[in-house]
Design a protein around this ligand. Structure first.
Ligand code: PLP
Length: 420
């Protein structure tokens, strides 16, 4: 093998990626974001070579004095930002956080209620993902007619019915979604759950940055015992996971064992200083950023509707989060529209909508697309730019070539904002 040639090829592919996705595309994938240069600089360090199993100052390794200091600092920052008594930043992704957290409250054979896949739930909440791997039986929250809100009355009846059924042991409700337009009724449902000793986890993977900025709901104050999350969607940290709680110390200490040594050995230490800086960015700029994200999402919803798109949730102002769902079933389906947009450097993804039945065909080409505005907001775009994006999406589905225009538009927004 010509090693040098292969290495050059690999380096070139990385450069191509950086040039394309970092500088030339309008990125509307709802689960992504970009980190600031400050966070990037903190991310690449010797910590990526090291091990530090255990908790700060109580490790199973030597040589950990700096990660002890940093992890303790990052933990304190997270507790302060999210007003939580307890935190662990050790899960290396949102899915890993869910796996550990579900196990904290369940045993194989228990029943949980979570959001269905068409209702926006994440795969880890369902039988094909973490919940199924933990041997849990999964029921879905009943949806209201609009498909984007839970039906509270039906949910209360479902909880009662399963909790009273001797053949089932209902141990957990999992709120939070991947297609997540509106807050979920945690406050309304928590008292019924408490009556039957059913625990509540809120998966904030998508909306953590909005919660940090005070712009969504406040799950720990509404009845959730745990928040699980990714740290890289609306929250603009490095890719990773976290769990937050207001449990008392003794209980938390026991529960944390499901993270380490349960599902984590070493927790990829280089994330921690980067995350600490992202937490500081949120303390200073989080409110302003989150407000702009929601304003931009609503503005894009309106502009897309003006351009003839069927934007879901119109009667509720389209969205209260960073996301929009658009029904494109009459113009070729989600896959086709996402591909047409990509031809013009607009990156978004296909998505099942609540009306879709799951089948090989709908998974391949579902009715919808999902759009997230958080990354473009981070680059400083405001409502006016959302109008332009809507026009470019419209031209893309008409199969017009606007790639060069999209590149030039994007070049004007090339620096991350909401940082020091
Ligand atoms: C609601 C929800 N939870 C968990 C996850 C998984 O997060 P990660 O990709 O960090 O494992 C996702 C991913 O998109 C998600 O949407």
């Amino acid at each position: 093998m010509d090693f040098e040639k292969r290495i050059e090829e690999i380096k070139e592919i990385v450069e191509n990626q950086n040039k394309w996705r970092e500088h030339e595309t309008v990125n509307l994938i709802a689960s992504e974001n970009v980190t600031s240069p400050l966070v990037d600089a903190a991310y690449c360090s010797d910590f990526s070579h090291r091990y530090a199993e255990g908790e700060p100052y109580h490790r199973y390794y030597n040589g950990t004095k700096y990660i002890d200091e940093l992890e303790e600092e990052a933990n304190e920052l997270a507790k302060k930002l999210f007003k939580a008594k307890q935190v662990t930043l050790q899960p290396i992704s949102g899915t890993v956080a869910n796996y550990a957290a579900f196990r904290m409250f369940t045993r194989p054979g228990d029943t949980i209620i979570s959001n269905s896949t068409q209702g926006g739930g994440h795969i880890s909440h369902n039988k094909f993902g973490a919940a199924g791997m933990l041997g849990l039986s999964v029921s879905s929250f009943p949806l209201a007619e609009d498909g984007y809100h839970l039906d509270v009355e039906k949910t209360l009846s479902l909880i009662k019915r399963i909790a009273r059924d001797r053949m089932n042991y209902l141990s957990l409700l999992v709120f939070g979604c991947s297609l997540f337009l509106f807050p979920q009724p945690v406050k309304e449902i928590a008292p019924e759950a408490e009556k039957y000793n059913v625990h509540i986890i809120y998966d904030a993977a998508h909306v953590l940055g909005l919660i940090a900025g005070g712009k969504f709901q406040d799950p720990l104050r509404e009845g959730a015992e745990l928040i699980t999350s990714s740290t890289h969607k609306t929250f603009f940290g490095p890719q990773g996971g976290m769990i937050l709680s207001n449990m008392e110390n003794e209980e938390w200490k026991r529960k944390k064992g499901f993270v380490f040594p349960g599902v984590i050995s070493n927790h990829h230490l280089h994330r921690i200083p980067a995350l600490a800086i992202a937490l500081l960015e949120f303390m200073k700029f989080g409110k302003e950023y989150a407000e702009q994200v929601v304003k931009n999402a609503k503005a894009l919803g309106e502009s897309l509707a003006e351009n003839g798109f069927k934007v879901e949730g119109e009667q509720f102002g389209y969205t209260e989060s960073h996301q929009l769902a658009v029904d494109v079933s009459e113009i070729g389906g989600g896959q086709k529209v996402a591909d047409l947009c990509e031809k013009n450097n607009i990156i978004l993804n296909k998505n099942l909508l609540p009306k879709d039945k799951i089948s090989a065909a709908t998974l391949q080409n579902p009715s919808g697309i999902r759009i997230g505005v958080q990354e473009m907001t981070r680059y400083g775009m405001k409502e006016k730019e959302m109008e332009e994006i809507a026009k470019y999406i419209k031209l893309s589905v008409e199969n017009k070539d606007v790639k060069q225009k999209v590149k030039e538009f994007r070049k004007q927004f090339d620096k991350t904002k909401y940082t020091f």
